[in-house]
Design a protein around this ligand. Structure first.
Ligand SMILES: *[C@@H]1O[C@H](CO)[C@@H](O)[C@H](O)[C@H]1NC(C)=O
Ligand SMILES: *[C@@H]1O[C@H](CO)[C@@H](O)[C@H](O)[C@H]1NC(C)=O
Ligand SMILES: *[C@@H]1O[C@H](CO)[C@@H](O)[C@H](O)[C@H]1NC(C)=O
Ligand SMILES: *[C@@H]1O[C@H](CO)[C@@H](O)[C@H](O)[C@H]1NC(C)=O
Ligand SMILES: *[C@@H]1O[C@H](CO)[C@@H](O)[C@H](O)[C@H]1NC(C)=O
Ligand SMILES: *[C@@H]1O[C@H](CO)[C@@H](O)[C@H](O)[C@H]1NC(C)=O
Ligand SMILES: *[C@@H]1O[C@H](CO)[C@@H](O)[C@H](O)[C@H]1NC(C)=O
Ligand SMILES: *[C@@H]1O[C@H](CO)[C@@H](O)[C@H](O)[C@H]1NC(C)=O
Ligand SMILES: *[C@@H]1O[C@H](CO)[C@@H](O)[C@H](O)[C@H]1NC(C)=O
Ligand SMILES: *[C@@H]1O[C@H](CO)[C@@H](O)[C@H](O)[C@H]1NC(C)=O
Length: 632
């Protein structure tokens, strides 16, 4: 043990001198990267880890183990700006270049075309301009080109885009202001799987792609013509998004033949005619949006196959001309009795929007099968008959909109404990109120290389009930006023009568409209505790009595117009009856009264009113109009 041999010593020295994990950035590449860094507008704050030579510590840089050559750059979201300096073009071993989500403003450097080893380029979400340089044509090994979200990039799609690299799988060029047509070369590029050209200025007739695509997103362009069958993609396509174009004709039966399709959005086109009754999508379909077209005829009973695992989650057929009754949609799987497996519960109709069609008849039990409903809109149709007693029994329901129909009879008076959300006060404060009732849906489908689709959506609408503009009679069930989770309640423009209980239990209430009914008696007691309440409308009823200031109604000075027997205490102590305001109200007249209330206008104008004074609220086209006069 007394001495160490020179050999062991050497081993020890070697071990310490060249730790196995350290790679030095190749000196030439270090110069290139340093030039890039010093070209940034504030080099001292940017990329502070780019010091020394230890490649592992340089953020965003990966080097070759042996040679130290830079293989990939990933500077996503580093708050970089200015020009992309051409010094990067000397990194000749580079195979991945990612500079997305920064603020680069230059044209795409021509010299990127010299980086012949590049496999993937992601320069999305910058402010690059000047089109795609022809030099990119030399990048024959490229598999991914992602330039989305450079709104000024512009120009036509280059004619060579479909045949410069036989390996190109992913082409994301959305939100780039590209114009012109789709180059023919793209239709035949065998390797292409993901094509996203959303929100450009592309035009021409829709074309039939000849390769098996996984994702095709041509939404928000100016494509015309009829729907092709995309036969080459019949087994592979998972996302087809052609919304917001000018597609004409009917829904061809072949559109249902995709075996892997999960997400189909054809909304905002000019599709017409009735849907072929045997058109049935595969059980994989989760999202079907055919809204804002001119489709007519009955809604087919069977839209998609179901298995115990999967089923349609979102069905939006709103703003069409569908007629007939609500179909007994064969969507939920009723083979199970007793315990229902959770997996199945996770995928079942949650969002159904049939609004703005010509649907009629009374509500049938078909709806009760959709046990997972979160959002149901039947607004602006011709439904009639009584509201069924099971209406308020859905467990997960958040918004129910039956406004502008011809429902009659009473509002069912049941035990309102069914809906958890209606009953539970939501502690999180949802912002903003403007446009609150219109459901905001963010559906995103992410398709990864493994053909796995991950699917997420957020539903953010107000928690509420809208039965306005029908012909409902009778008293309002007391239970409705005990729902601590309810944010929005609109029963306006009906024939409801009777007295109101207090509103104190409605802790979450943000908007309450009971106007244009025949409600009577005293107005509900003190509302000072309802801090979220920002819209209150009790006008045009038959309320009576004296409303002292301390009850908290002073915030809503116009809320009582058209209640002649009501006396509001004003700051000057005078009794301000509804008459004065209703007289002012009648001076605003019929213009803009065509068509139904736009919810957007309702909220926006109601919101504005707190700032500017006067606001016009609409109830229904033919109905009585009025003004809310507020004094700020
Ligand atoms: C940036 O750093 C260099 C050296 O660290 C220094 O010489 C220079 O003054 C700094 N520039 C600014 C603007 O801080
Ligand atoms: C290089 O940097 C990495 C990460 O910062 C660190 O783990 C490693 O020890 C460093 N190597 C040397 C020789 O400093
Ligand atoms: C670096 O070396 C390790 C271990 O030798 C190896 O697993 C890894 O794949 C190498 N990485 C690269 C980029 O060559
Ligand atoms: C690039 O970096 C970002 C954030 O650091 C990360 O989310 C992303 O996955 C990286 N991309 C690649 C291709 O490694
Ligand atoms: C781009 O710059 C603007 C202001 O200059 C800044 O607000 C924004 O966050 C930046 N974006 C990115 C992705 O760094
Ligand atoms: C981003 O960069 C800009 C200037 O280029 C700077 O004003 C801003 O503070 C930076 N933001 C962050 C989050 O670093
Ligand atoms: C690309 O296609 C065009 C016609 O579509 C053809 O003229 C050209 O030679 C092709 N280029 C390559 C590299 O295949
Ligand atoms: C429809 O497309 C246009 C551009 O073509 C875009 O401005 C608009 O926001 C799109 N609408 C929707 C609802 O996406
Ligand atoms: C379908 O596309 C339209 C318009 O482009 C968009 O507004 C809507 O949110 C999309 N629907 C779904 C379910 O993603
Ligand atoms: C179209 O589908 C793509 C992919 O799922 C999605 O990212 C995009 O938001 C969709 N656009 C519209 C308007 O629905």
């Amino acid at each position: 043990m007394g001495h160490t041999t020179p050999l062991t010593l050497l081993c020890v020295i070697l071990l310490f001198a060249t730790p196995s994990h350290s790679i030095d950035v190749h000196p030439q590449d270090r110069i290139s990267l340093s030039m890039f860094r010093s070209s940034l507008p504030n080099p001292n704050q940017s990329l502070p880890s780019w010091v020394g030579s230890n490649c592992t510590s340089w953020s965003g840089i990966t080097c070759d183990n042996r040679t130290g050559r830079v293989l990939s750059i990933n500077l996503t979201s580093m708050n970089l700006s200015g020009k992309i300096h051409p010094s990067l073009c000397y990194l000749s071993y580079l195979n991945k270049l990612g500079l997305s989500h920064n603020n680069f403003t230059s044209p795409l450097p021509e010299c990127f075309g010299n980086l012949l080893n590049l496999r993937a380029i992601d320069l999305s979400h910058n402010r690059l301009h000047g089109g795609i340089p022809d030099s990119f044509m030399r990048l024959r090994h490229l598999t991914e080109l992602v330039l989305s979200g450079n709104p000024d990039l512009g120009g036509p799609l280059p004619a060579w885009i479909g045949n410069f690299s036989a390996n190109l799988e992913r082409l994301h060029l959305g939100f780039c202001s590209f114009s012109g047509g789709i180059p023919e070369s793209l239709l035949y590029l065998k390797s292409l799987k993901y094509l996203d050209l959303e929100n450009n200025l592309l035009s021409g007739n829709l074309v039939n792609f000849q390769q098996p695509l996984v994702l095709l997103n041509l939404a928000s362009n100016q494509f015309a013509g009829t729907l092709p069958c995309f036969a080459a993609s019949v087994q592979s396509l998972t996302v087809l998004n052609l919304s917001n174009n000018s597609i004409v004709g009917g829904l061809p039966a072949c559109i249902a033949s995709f075996q892997a399709l999960t997400h189909l959005n054809l909304s905002g086109n000019h599709l017409k005619y009735r849907i072929y009754p045997r058109l049935v999508f595969s059980e994989k379909l989760l999202v079907l949006d055919l809204s804002n077209n001119a489709l007519s005829g009955p809604i087919p009973c069977k839209i998609a196959e179901t298995t115990e695992k999967l089923g349609l989650v979102l069905l939006d057929l709103s703003h069409n001309q569908f007629s007939g009754e609500i179909p007994d949609l064969d969507i939920s799987n009723n083979r199970f009795s007793g315990a229902i497996p959770l997996t199945w519960l996770d995928a079942n109709l949650e969002i159904v929007d049939f609004s703005s069609n010509e649907l009629s008849g009374s509500l049938n039990d078909a709806i009760t099968k959709w046990t997972n409903l979160r959002y149901l809109s039947l607004a602006q149709n011709k439904f009639s008959g009584n509201l069924p007693s099971w209406l308020f029994t859905f467990n997960a329901i958040e918004m129910m909109d039956f406004s502008h129909n011809k429902f009659t009879g009473f509002i069912p008076d049941i035990n309102f404990k069914g809906s958890l959300i209606f009953n539970t006060r939501n502690v999180t404060v949802k912002e903003p109120l403007v446009a609150a009732r219109k459901v905001q849906l963010r559906v995103s489908a992410v398709v990864s290389d493994s053909n796995q689709l991950s699917f997420t959506y957020d539903l953010s609408s107000m928690v509420g009930i809208d039965l306005s503009s029908n012909s409902l009679h009778g008293e309002i069930p007391r239970g409705l006023f005990g729902l601590a989770g309810l944010e929005y309640l609109n029963l306006s423009c009906n024939f409801l009568y009777g007295q109101l209980p207090g509103l104190q239990k409605m802790h979450s209430l943000k908007a309450l409209d009971l106007s244009h009914n025949s409600l009577s008696g005293h107005i509900p007691g003190n509302i000072s505790s309802l801090q979220d309440l920002s819209i209150l409308n009790l006008s045009y009823n038959c309320f009576s009595g004296y409303v002292p200031q301390k009850q908290g109604y002073g915030r809503f000075p116009g809320a009582f117009a058209g209640n002649p027997d009501l006396c509001m205490e004003t700051s000057s102590g005078v009794c301000d009856d509804g008459r004065t305001q209703s007289a002012q109200g009648s001076s605003f007249s019929e213009d803009r009264m065509d068509g139904p209330i736009s919810v957007g206008i309702f909220f926006i104008s109601a919101f504005v009113s707190f700032d500017f004074g006067v606001v016009v609220l609409f109830c229904s086209a033919r109905a009585r109009n009025y003004i809310l006069q507020t004094k700020v």
